[in-house]
Design a binder for this molecule. Structure first.
Ligand SMILES: [Fe+2]
Length: 207
């Protein structure tokens, strides 16, 4: 059985960028719902349910046919939201990447500002529901989008930063103004947490 991770901060702590009502709905209803559906789908597969969800998503192609879509959609939703909520936090003065990640972003995108611009453009390009990611693999950093709840892990890419561009992430406060939501997202990214996550992934990949 997978579990719902509590937020590391209060529902209202990301105000005024992410509003309390959206945070409550997003975490307690949407995230919970992906988790419940995932656990239900794996009720009779305890061996699979004992594995980290990241492993199931990485090896999606090898799963039993009847479980693939539940793991892809509900398992993806669960893993994607875990990362999203873990890598945001109350607004701080640290509004740019730090550490080795800052260097890598500069190397790849020429500047942090250019990275932010490219990431925002990609986020705006997602048609319908999906995600925009900064990912890492042997070829380095890249910005990618996925539809629905597809995980970059299923594409062989390690997610470093996750931005949910489903309307449920922003519609209450921003309605159709996705660009304002992306701006707000950058105000609540927990860059020290992202840098730590990047270091772990980079060490594991040995890149
Ligand atoms: Fe979401």
């Amino acid at each position: 059985m997978y579990k719902l991770n509590p937020l590391n901060y209060g529902y209202a702590d990301l105000e005024p960028y992410f509003d309390e009502a959206t945070m409550k709905l997003h975490h307690d209803k949407h995230h919970q719902s992906y988790l419940d559906k995932l656990n239900l789908a794996l009720t009779n597969s305890p061996d699979l349910a004992a594995q980290p969800i990241e492993d199931l998503l990485t090896n999606l192609a090898t799963l039993p046919e009847e479980l693939k879509s539940a793991v892809r959609n509900s398992g993806g939703g669960y893993a994607n939201h875990n990362l999203f909520f873990n890598l945001i936090g109350p607004h701080s003065d640290q509004t740019e990447a730090t550490g080795d990640l800052a260097e890598a972003i500069k190397l790849k995108f020429s500047s942090f500002e250019q990275f932010k611009k490219d990431f925002t453009e990609k986020a705006l390009s997602v048609f319908g529901s999906g995600w925009v990611w900064l990912t890492l693999d042997q070829s380095g950093l890249q910005i990618v989008t996925t539809a629905n709840q597809d995980s970059p892990l299923s594409l062989g890419l390690q997610p470093i930063l996750a931005c949910d561009v489903w309307e449920h992430a922003y519609y209450l406060k921003y309605q159709n103004r996705r660009v304002e939501f992306i701006d707000a997202f950058f105000q609540v990214v927990d860059w020290p947490a992202v840098a730590k996550h990047y270091d772990t992934i980079k060490n594991n990949l040995k890149v």
